[in-house]
Design a protein around this ligand. Sequence first.
Ligand SMILES: Nc1ncnc2c1ncn2[C@@H]1O[C@H](COP(=O)(O)OP(=O)(O)OP(=O)(O)O)[C@@H](O)[C@H]1O
Ligand SMILES: [Mg+2]
Length: 340
Amino acid sequence: MGLLSRFCVAALDLGTANTLIYVQGRGLVLNQASMVTLRESNGSVEAVGQEARSVVGRTPPSLRIARPILRGTIADLSVCGSMLRHFIAKARENLLFPRLHMAVAVPGHSTAVERLAVIESLRDADVTSILLIDNVLAAAYGGSMDVDEPRGRMIADFGAGVSEAAVLSLSGVVCSRSLAIGGDEMDAAIADYMQNRYHLLIGDRMAEEIKIRVGSALPLTEPLKTTAKGRCLIQGIPRDVIVEDGEIREALAGPVSHIVRLTRETLEQAPPELSADIVESGIVLTGGTALLRNLDRRIEKECGVPVMVDPNPLESVVTGLARMSKNLRRNHWRRFGNTV
Ligand SMILES: Nc1ncnc2c1ncn2[C@@H]1O[C@H](COP(=O)(O)OP(=O)(O)OP(=O)(O)O)[C@@H](O)[C@H]1O
Ligand SMILES: [Mg+2]
């Protein structure tokens, strides 16, 4: 038994919208919004995670909602550090092991500075050592894809801030592409549409709800409608507007086509032997945005290969990290200078 196995191994998916922590032997222990409520006067933390998310758009001027991760990278190191300290303390509750080894997913195309920011944000979070793992590789392991074989496999992770697509073989990334476009961009596109078409100002939460209720990437067999609640920019009063799936599809056309193009371009980059394998095995979509209605069918149509959505797209990265880190040896982990 290696020395590491006596310690506690955990996995962290630090996403633009959601942060998940998985602890070996205990499973998924934390699934929270990547949000913090701060007091404007002194920057003190008032609420973290779902609690902060529940007050989005409803805060008085004395409070501010911060999203420390934007487009998949840390935008505010100090707020991110506070958020992670809180989350990790919660994840450690009732944990016997004093030493925590944490595997963290990072976007494949993140820079050295962005990776360093992830390490720094965990410095005071009571973590002994960390290991950064490519997000798409983790997602593939989480989706139980057979990536250890010398065969081409393709995965695309569409999150809130980043979309990534990769071709994998022999447990490695052969080629990949990423784009800072995801669910957030779609929400913004819906808010813009409502403003331009109906002079209706809607909040971020409302835009996301509309996307989830009626959003799609291709026409639906059953038409859908929903009510958009906001403030009329002409009369200045609250107003409800009924919107249909076709209108929202039109609003989402830009971000959807960017994501589809990214997937297609990644497939085009694959060496011929591997693309022949992908024609058979297909492309697996994961990440919350993969749940957009008919996005799988749209990609299938434009890429000409079978496409399926991971059955657990919001958790695949963290479960994949946990699977990968199970068998790692001690020298794979990077220790914090004075924490051991
Ligand atoms: N049913 C749905 N239809 C469309 N979008 C959805 C659905 N459910 C969740 N989403 C979107 O998925 C996104 C969150 O996905 P996920 O948790 O994978 O992102 P993340 O990991 O936090 O972000 P990133 O990986 O980009 O940093 C949000 O934009 C959310 O609105
Ligand atoms: Mg993600």
